[in-house]
Design a protein around this ligand. Structure first.
Ligand code: G3I
Length: 332
């Protein structure tokens, strides 16, 4: 599947150069603060990637902070940067239980009221970016860790058809953008990925406009995803006519300095294996890392310990994981 045909010529030793040759998107999650303040960040981003995902600024809470107010300043900055550097943008995300503003959660809504709120939100945000994004993580993490539907405000008040309604409303607002279901801990085979498969199969069978599944891929060297399982999962989604993208990859190596070199090599192998699986699958169209350099990853504060999960170090120097991705992209 040919994915990109950028007009500017990327540096011929960059990730984006080799990814373009292989016809896949290579992306990074972008945080607004370093994008505004750090020229090294901007340089590496534009040189190495042909796609970006806003890490936070398109989420419900920041983009729709009050019932009747939207804030597009930061996400517009990001989309402008992408345009200037011939990069595609994945929108992230329209419906996610972790980014709900207080005005939404503090009130008791009727089903009709909440449907109106969700429809207006989706319509306003998707319309604002109509024609400018390649994909939206339309629905994020709607399946819980126990493989049942996650108990969110939307499920409780609207009922389980909130999922299909959301896809339909987004498609009405921008019929060309690819709409994804995106989740974690479901890259390979297992109860949660089976539940996601069943959900998206049902949506496809009923002609709900869903186009892809995002495999987030927040993983660790201690328990890496099994490449055969990931390939099998991507294949069964292909059989449903769905595209797949690796949407948020990072690989934890744990803290401590002992055997750092060895752990970075293990990390490189995990990145390499997942890139290989993606390249070998006919429906895997993009590979996105969740942050640019170890300086800005969400992992250390979330797990409350240092880590080095990304492909550039804190000084933006390429790590073994970067070299592994370059090699894998060059391997025919
Ligand atoms: O926006 C406020 C800012 O005003 C304030 O100054 C700052 C002080 O701490 O907090 C800011 O909000 C933080 C935001 O990141 C922006 O930095 C939130 O507290 C923090 O919780 C938030 O974390 C993000 C998290 O999602 C929750 O939205 C992470 O950066 C981001 O990497 C993470 O990404 C998620 C994906 O969206 C979905 N999949 C899982 C992935 C990892 O959790």
């Amino acid at each position: 599947m040919v994915f990109l045909s950028g007009s500017t010529q990327p540096a011929n030793d960059s990730l984006r150069f080799f990814a373009q040759k292989r016809g896949i998107g290579i992306g990074a999650a972008v945080a607004i603060r370093p994008l505004r303040k750090d020229s090294s960040y901007r340089t590496v981003l534009a040189r190495e990637f042909n796609m970006l995902t806003p890490e936070n600024v398109m989420k419900f809470k920041p983009i729709h902070p009050e019932r009747d107010r939207y804030d597009f300043v930061a996400p517009d900055t990001l989309v402008d940067f992408a345009k200037r550097h011939d990069m595609q943008v994945r929108g992230h995300t329209l419906v996610w239980y972790q980014s709900e503003p207080d005005w939404l959660t503090a009130n008791k809504w009727t089903r009709e009221e909440l449907m109106t709120i969700l429809r207006e939100h989706i319509n306003t945000v998707v319309s604002h970016y109509r024609g400018q994004l390649v994909a939206w993580d339309m629905m994020n993490e709607a399946i819980a860790d126990n493989a049942s539907l996650r108990d969110t405000i939307w499920l409780k008040t609207i009922g389980q058809d909130y999922i299909e309604l959301a896809f339909r409303w987004a498609h009405e607002a921008d019929p060309k953008v690819r709409l994804f279901y995106n989740d974690y801990d479901s890259e390979g085979l297992g109860a949660k990925s089976d539940a996601i498969y069943a959900l998206v199969k049902d949506l496809r069978q009923r002609d709900v406009p869903i186009h892809g599944v995002g495999l987030q891929m927040h993983v660790s060297i201690n328990n890496p995803p099994n490449p055969e399982d990931v390939a099998a999962n991507i294949k069964r989604l292909n059989d449903l006519g769905l595209e797949v993208q690796i949407t948020e990859m990072d690989v934890r190596i744990g803290s401590g300095t002992e055997n750092l070199e060895q752990r970075l090599a293990q990390q490189a192998a995990v990145y390499r294996n997942m890139m290989r699986v993606c390249l070998e699958a006919e429906n895997c169209t993009a590979f996105v890392v969740w942050g640019l350099s170890d300086r800005h990853s969400w992992i250390p504060s979330h797990y409350n310990q240092p880590d080095l999960p990304l492909i550039f170090d804190k000084s933006f120097r390429p790590k073994p994981a970067y070299e592994a991705l370059i090699e894998e992209l060059q391997r025919m």
